[in-house]
Design a binder for this molecule. Structure first.
Ligand code: TEU
Ligand code: CA
Length: 622
């Protein structure tokens, strides 16, 4: 069978609460703002809403630094507001997922305040503390590099030890080896599930277990002080773990020995007692076999994960390896060097297709399942990155084309706020001062400092760095939504009556929800249709994927097939030029020389029905 399940055909809409809709004029989106737009979301065809974090937080990483798991941050509202929001969601027969961020807390969480108060605190062991090392210059316990630049270790004066933080220093990592920590996490989950929450998106869940001994990472980037432990770096083979033949693919941080044990415990103690929906965010792992383990039904862990490889198609690899090859079946000793995530490189369509195919083919028979996304709060806008936003017309075309791709992928469909409007990145005229994200700022500052040192100039050229930031910064997705259906071109895109926490995009007078609602040609109308089609044709959710014309640099074409014989054919032209394609006649439903409309209402002309067209032939490939 095709392992059908309601959550596989769900349409999940991700909301970034800070930027969705501000109901009280303080410039920050809030729960009541979301509650007031539920009809808009429902109307789009959404069945599940996922909220990025809304818990009490100093917002060092926009809420991914949680100071209290059981309280709503006052900026977003109150627990009662959340209850009302949930009611509104359920009344519309949708579900609500929360973001579970439990690899780390905020340093302002009471657990960390207690843990750092003294070495004898009962919560000392809840985080990862190490004394200074005496055999290196700086004293840092190892050479791992933080995801936000610099060391993963922060020295704590009062207790004279370092604590580990894989992300910002205000995000200390919890020590999952400690049973009390795990119990505390299960309690947090039960708190929300008992309150009616329908499930969780689990932040960086593949790094909760750390490699025993926290050994130094291999030096993959000799020019740097700290090394990326998060890359697919094989661990020293002399260390052995209770793993089978894939032992050669152990990673320093990701997918470390106990992660599956912890997730099974989570399943036994929490998830199995509630009807939930779960998705694990699993960055950096490009080995499909490793990732599959998280979702195979026999393992009783998560329902699905988010693979990341596609998000790296436009990231230069240090050693210049083409994407889609540097991963997968690495042999022992092969090391993929650091990726500078905020740098951009041109990519070719066949590279993208290769990655899509790799993940679409994965272990479906055994029940692997993944979330399909091309945007979220950590990624730039897809029309700017995977399409062409150089004119309004091309932006509309790109957004619609990307929608076709998105809704015809195997996996559960995730749509990020604003994607349904075809929103694009911030304009090139924006300087670094308009980018607020800690990842963008730290990256920029690090390179600036390096270049000041090496050139001796106060203002070294940073054009290449800004180019990367303009293409890929997380900020692009985080601009306030021009969502209001009441105000179109009113100031601040109708997002707030006050001063928005972040600058709104310059183009909001043309690109906003009000101008698209009720407009049949709009990107929004197209998305609605596309999602309707996806719901109508199961083959788009479950069908086997076969890539056609894999090396073609304009055509993106594939079939989806069910075991009952249903076939879906998707043919997209990924270029500005006309492409002639010879497709099997019976799949188009058209008469020779005839024309008609496909499921998405797009006009199709069967111009050369004899089959001797000069274009690419997809016939024999099917
Ligand atoms: O993201 C994980 C993550 O690895 C990101 O830092 C990623 O590298 C980057 O966005 C570029 O792809 C999760 C959250 O989604 C992100 O917002 C948080 O900053 C991070 O974890 C720490 O909680
Ligand atoms: Ca507000």
């Amino acid at each position: 069978t095709e392992h059908k399940a309601w959550w596989k055909s769900a349409i999940i809409y991700q909301i970034y609460p800070t930027s969705f809709f501000d109901s009280n004029g303080d410039g920050i989106g809030d729960l009541n703002g979301i509650a007031s737009k539920l009809d808009y979301i429902k109307d789009l065809g959404v069945t599940v809403i996922w909220l990025s974090p809304i818990y009490k937080s100093p917002l060092a990483d926009m809420g991914y630094d949680i100071a209290d798991y059981r309280q709503i941050d006052p900026r977003y509202g109150t627990l009662e507001d959340w209850d009302r929001l949930l009611k509104g969601v359920h009344e519309r027969e949708m579900k609500l997922m929360m973001d579970l961020v439990v690899n780390h807390t905020s340093d302002e969480h009471e657990w960390f305040i207690s843990s750092s108060s003294s070495k004898s605190s009962p919560k000392r062991g809840w985080y990862i503390w190490r004394p200074p090392r005496t055999d290196n210059k700086t004293g840092v316990p190892n050479n791992w590099k933080s995801m936000f630049e610099g060391s993963v270790w922060q020295y704590h004066q009062e207790t004279e030890e370092y604590y580990l933080h894989l992300w910002d220093k205000k995000q200390p990592d919890l020590n999952w080896e400690n049973e009390d920590v795990r119990e505390a996490v299960w309690d947090v989950m039960k708190f929300w599930l008992d309150r009616g929450c329908d499930g969780f998106r689990m932040d960086v869940i593949n790094v909760i277990s750390k490699t025993p001994g926290l050994p130094d990472a291999p030096i993959t980037d000799p020019g740097e002080e700290y090394q990326p432990g998060t890359n697919d770096s094989p661990l020293s083979p002399s260390l052995s773990y209770p793993y089978s033949s894939r032992i050669l693919l152990l990673y320093l941080l990701m997918n470390s020995p106990r992660v599956h044990e912890f997730l099974r415990e989570m399943h036994t103690k929490v998830l199995s007692h509630y009807p939930t929906i779960t998705v694990g965010e699993t960055p950096f792992t490009h080995d499909p076999n490793v990732l599959a383990e998280y979702t195979l039904p026999k393992n009783n862990e998560l329902m699905m994960v988010f693979p990341f490889e596609l998000m790296h198609v436009d990231t230069p690899l240090a050693e210049g390896k083409p994407q889609g090859q540097a991963t997968g079946n690495k042999g022992e000793g092969e090391v993929v060097a650091e990726r500078a995530e905020l740098m951009y490189r041109e990519w070719k369509l066949d590279e993208l297709k290769k990655i899509v195919e790799k993940w679409q083919l994965l272990k479906m028979r055994e029940g692997y399942w993944s979330g399909v996304y091309i945007e979220n709060h950590d990624q730039a806008r897809s029309v700017s990155r995977f399409g062409n936003d150089s004119s309004d017309e091309l932006q509309v075309h790109s957004a619609k084309g990307l929608a076709v791709w998105h809704v015809s992928m195997r996996g559960t469909c995730y749509v990020y706020q604003g994607q349904e409007l075809g929103l694009k990145n911030a304009p090139r005229s924006w300087g670094i001062e308009n980018f607020l994200d800690v990842a963008s700022r730290n990256w920029y500052d690090k390179i600036l400092e390096q270049r000041r040192k090496s050139t001796g100039e106060a203002n070294p050229n940073m054009d290449d760095i800004m180019e990367g930031i303009h293409m890929k910064a997380r900020d692009h997705a985080r601009m306030p939504m021009p969502v209001s259906v009441l105000w179109s071109s009113s100031p601040n895109a109708g997002f707030t009556t006050g001063t928005p926490w972040m600058k709104v995009n310059d183009d909001y007078e043309r690109w906003n929800a009000a101008s698209q609602v009720g407009n049949d040609d709009s990107v929004l109308a197209f998305w609605k249709k596309a999602l309707r089609v996806r719901k109508e044709y199961e083959v788009l959710v479950y069908g086997n994927f076969t890539l056609l014309a894999p090396t073609h640099q304009q055509l993106f074409a594939y079939t989806r097939k069910m075991r009952n014989g249903t076939v879906g054919l998707v043919v997209m032209n990924y270029s500005k030029e006309e492409v002639v394609v010879d497709v099997p006649k019976d799949l188009t439903g058209l008469q020779e020389g005839g024309e008609g409309y496909n499921e998405l209402g797009l006009r199709c002309v069967l111009s050369n029905a004899g089959g001797d067209s000069e274009g690419e032939s997809l016939k024999e490939k099917m």
